[in-house]
Design a protein around this ligand. Structure first.
Ligand code: UDP
Length: 240
């Protein structure tokens, strides 16, 4: 691919953890990662020092790794310490959650035992709608609300299962359990399903294989302390 160079233009959208900017090239955006952290449906707010830089680098590395397994992503290249150039995607307003070990909302909703290794990974869809508190939905909701068609849903599920297999073994080699994670997909210029958003300790749960220590945003959500150190440790293992 030829080297692309873009200039940052006006802010397009600011979310809780990232800002998206337009560029002088209509095919590309710049996504900037913030140190801001929110939890409990936005009720808990704070900052995690250096999170923007760490998540930018972790995400870029994981996107590149997934691309090497033929999973298309929006990642193009890094722009700065805390930002990356991404391909413009037509985002599907659905959060795809994949779970290998029971924790969080799975335990709350279904009463499964915390920490239980799931016999079969569980894939869930949530509607991306803050005002409605991201309700759990199924494939029929997605079809009926016309967020994606049947073939696209199939592709999203295939990619999510592949990403789970690839990342689970990537992290186990780094002594981390990939407990669960959230993905967001969109359509590229050609209408093909591509992975967007980020993959970081903000959107994944990681448990240390040896100590069982949480190494992700749960440290912030649950006031466990050493949040920045945990993100740094994930970063250092990802680049190992
Ligand atoms: N997740 C996320 N954004 C969300 C909701 C969940 O990145 O808005 C991630 C979360 O970090 C975890 C997985 O999705 O890795 C499953 O989260 P869960 O449904 O257990 O939600 P929680 O317990 O955080 O409410």
């Amino acid at each position: 691919m030829k080297e692309i160079s873009v200039k940052k233009k006006q802010k397009l959208y600011e979310g809780k953890a990232k800002i998206v900017f337009e560029t002088d090239n209509e095919d590309y955006y710049i996504q900037e990662f913030k140190d801001d952290a929110t939890a409990l449906d936005g009720k808990k707010k704070g900052k995690i020092k250096a999170k923007g830089v760490l998540n930018n680098q972790i995400s870029g590395q994981l996107f590149s790794y997934l691309e090497s397994y033929h999973v298309p992503t929006h990642f193009v290249k890094h722009m700065s310490d805390n930002s990356m150039v991404i391909k413009k995607l037509d985002m599907i307003p659905v959060e795809v959650v994949m779970r290998n070990i029971a924790t969080g909302s799975l335990v709350k909703r279904y009463g499964v035992k915390e920490g239980k290794e799931l016999e079969h990974p569980i894939l869930e869809f949530y509607l991306k709608d803050d005002a409605k508190h991201d309700p759990l939905i199924n494939e029929d909701h997605i079809l009926s609300f016309e967020h994606a068609n049947e073939e696209e849903i199939k592709q999203i599920k295939r990619f999510t299962q592949k990403i789970n297999a690839v990342l689970k073994s990537y992290f186990i080699r780094r002594n981390m359990l990939l407990v669960d994670f959230k993905l967001e997909f969109g359509r590229n210029k050609l209408g093909k399903i591509s992975l967007g958003d980020e993959i970081s300790p903000d959107t994944c749960r990681f448990w240390d294989v040896v100590s069982g220590e949480k190494m992700d945003k749960d440290r912030f959500r649950q006031d466990l302390g050493n949040v920045e150190a945990a993100y740094k440790e994930v970063h250092s293992r990802v680049f190992n």
